[in-house]
Design a binder for this molecule. Structure first.
Ligand SMILES: [Cu+2]
Length: 639
């Protein structure tokens, strides 16, 4: 099979794009490459593939010139090396912070005389070798410098030895402000003197003095290998087929998801991606009040992706894919094992015991295909897990773990806006909001979203037992009509249908969207971070497909003045019925910390589920064969 046109750029394609860009007059010695990713071909070409020729491969790059404080985007034709376009973003646009800038920023702070003086004054420390400087985006609080400079406001910590948990000892009183264009500390803001928390908060295996001893080995064996096949980044598993994408900004992405139904390949999801997230903190203390992180647009989930380790991050028969990126100077940057692919047993798929039949019960084991990656954004970890099931279900789950962003209190102080987690150490209350973009393709391009509410019938003569309830279906016709929140009162869900394609019962084929845990933001709509994160204003948004609308907070959320992304696009109130549509889901996790979240937080989970709903004519997993009887160490005869 030819390489799929939506395969992410490989290392040599990225280097070819780098060479083309560096040869251009606009590419100066002070130009950084923020990201280079595949410019995806038009949908019509993908739906025609592989019967039509593969489209030309193109790359799109985000650049930033430190000398003129300007972001730009460029498109490169990879076969010819021709730069097809180069456009500057709106004045003051600040793209994602590059990894190089993170490293250079730390060095700049540690070398700053003003920072060293503050460190000595408040903490009596003159040796900076144990100081950690985390870059932290500066945001935008309406000042002139927020609009006109490329800024960060790092958080700093002091390790007690070179390998301990530095986050357990925040340097609360000192906040350097760094201009990344100058790569210099502009000033050091001092808010007072706090003690250093005494506990080391260690978690590494060699530093934990006693490990429990009652764990027997648990071994996952697949003696005949896995049931999936991979060709490049194209994967086929049972009836599923799709392409696994990866880029610096979004990290793991899912493309051209299809299900082979009785020999017929049927499209479901054209593109699935995490478009943005924001972690706002709810503490008004001067040292904490500016803390919020747009982890996708400010740091880049692909750029922060881990290199995964067999037996630790993933268990069983694993296939890994590398992530191909470049650093801000264009040097190749490969993240080995950035994406993990494996299968998991998932309990019972379906079961029935017919007591009148001798061979009862009929039971099938459920198995799911897992495609995942994990990103570390300084102190916190986010795992992104796509699951594909034998019954047509698709699930997306985010796993939150890592180390809380902590603060220091004075002796005897009890924080109102956070929880004490160790002596003198507290964790401020915060929320994590994610936005996922589902570019739908239910049996083709033209789809409609329905909002489904379950409502009780009126108490009239047709409802004498007062038990009746029914499903109220609203076809969403325009962007503004579609904006909605979850509703527990009506058990609200959403359904994606193709009105032109019917199942054997003459129902339009569809998939239903089931939200999981969610939250509303507690910050006022006027809070600075919320102006930049309009996507948290509603849980659900639906837009007509537009190639340029990919990121819920806009292309440049870093230091943005706000009002970009979904909130701007839906002002047009475009028609969304029976057309090419995109469903955007915002989901939030409210984190009131607890002592058990330290030193490293046990994983928390949040996500959503897509279930076929009239897409198939019956349970598509009816054909899953029974498992072979278990042979060893079990007392259960049917498991
Ligand atoms: Cu949290």
């Amino acid at each position: 099979m030819p390489s799929h046109p939506l395969e992410p750029l490989n290392a040599s394609e990225i280097q070819a794009a780098v060479r083309s860009l560096q040869a251009q007059p606009f590419f100066t010695p002070t130009t950084r490459i923020i990201s280079i990713m595949l410019k995806e071909p038009p949908k019509a070409l993908i739906y025609a593939w592989p019967h039509a020729n593969s489209p030309e491969r193109e790359a799109t790059a985000v650049l930033f010139d430190n000398a003129i404080n300007a972001a730009s985007t460029a498109t490169v034709a990879l076969a010819t090396g021709v730069v097809l376009s180069h456009d500057y973003g709106p004045m003051g646009s600040q793209p994602t912070l590059s990894l190089d800038e993170q490293i250079e920023c730390e060095k700049a702070v540690l070398a700053s005389a003003a920072f060293r003086a503050a460190l000595e004054k408040h903490y009596g420390v003159t040796d900076t070798s144990l100081v950690m400087v985390d870059i932290w985006s500066a945001g935008n609080y309406g000042s002139e410098e927020d609009r006109t400079r490329r800024l960060t406001r790092p958080l700093c910590f002091l390790r007690s030895d070179p390998t301990d948990n530095g986050y357990a000892r925040p340097l609360e009183g000192i906040r350097p402000v760094v201009d990344l264009n100058l790569m210099q500390v502009v000033r050091v803001e001092e808010y007072g003197t706090w003690p250093l928390p005494p506990n080391s908060g260690n978690y590494s295996a060699e530093k934990v003095s006693h490990h429990r001893t009652d764990i027997k080995p648990l071994v996952i064996t697949q003696p005949e290998g896995p049931s999936f096949t991979l060709d490049g980044n194209q994967i086929a598993w049972q009836n599923w087929a799709f392409v696994i994408g990866f880029n610096a900004r979004e990290g793991l992405t899912i493309h051209h998801l299809r299900y082979v139904d009785k020999g017929r390949e049927r499209s479901i999801l054209y593109r699935g991606s995490l478009t943005e997230m924001v972690v706002p903190y709810g503490d008004p203390r001067p040292t904490q009040v500016r803390k919020n992180a747009f982890d996708v647009g400010e740091y880049g989930m692909g750029m922060c992706a881990n290199s995964l380790r067999l037996g630790c991050d993933c268990l069983g028969y694993i296939h890994y894919l590398d992530g191909h990126l470049c650093d801000s100077r264009g040097r190749a940057l490969t993240i080995p094992n950035a994406i993990c692919i494996h299968e998991e047993d998932y309990g019972i798929l379906w079961k029935h015991t017919d007591r009148r039949l001798p061979d009862a019960p009929e039971v099938r084991r459920s198995r799911r295909l897992v495609v995942s990656s994990i990103s570390t954004v300084e102190n916190y970890e986010y795992g992104f897990f796509w699951y594909f099931y034998q019954d047509g279900n698709i699930q997306f789950e985010i796993k939150l773990t890592g180390i809380l962003s902590l603060g220091t209190v004075h002796e005897g102080e009890s924080p109102v806006h956070g929880t004490m987690v160790a002596p003198l150490l507290y964790a401020p209350n915060h929320q994590h909001f994610f936005n996922v973009r589902l570019d739908l393709g239910i049996d083709g391009i033209t789809n409609t979203v329905q909002q489904l509410d379950v409502v009780a019938d009126p108490l009239d003569e047709s409802n004498t037992y007062e038990n009746a309830f029914h499903l109220q279906t609203t076809n969403l016709a325009s962007e503004r009509q579609a904006m909605a929140n979850l509703s527990l009162e009506t058990g609200r869900t959403w359904k994606f249908i193709n009105p032109s394609v019917k199942n054997s019962l003459s129902q339009p084929v569809g998939y239903k969207f089931f939200p999981g845990d969610n939250a509303f933001p507690f910050a006022s709509p006027n809070a600075w971070w919320r102006k930049r994160a309009g996507f948290v204003n509603h849980h659900v948004w639906v837009t007509p497909y537009s190639e340029d609308e990919k990121y819920a907070a806009g292309d440049y959320p870093n230091q943005s003045g706000g009002g970009d992304g979904l909130v701007k696009w839906v002002e047009q109130d475009r028609a969304i019925e029976n057309t090419d549509i995109v469903f955007w889901y915002t989901f939030g996790h409210t984190h009131i910390p607890r002592p058990e979240d330290c030193p490293v937080m046990p994983t928390a989970y949040i996500g959503f589920l897509l279930k076929p709903n009239g897409f198939f004519d019956e349970n598509p997993a009816n054909d899953v064969p029974p498992s072979k009887p278990a042979t060893a160490h079990t007392t259960c005869s049917h498991c």
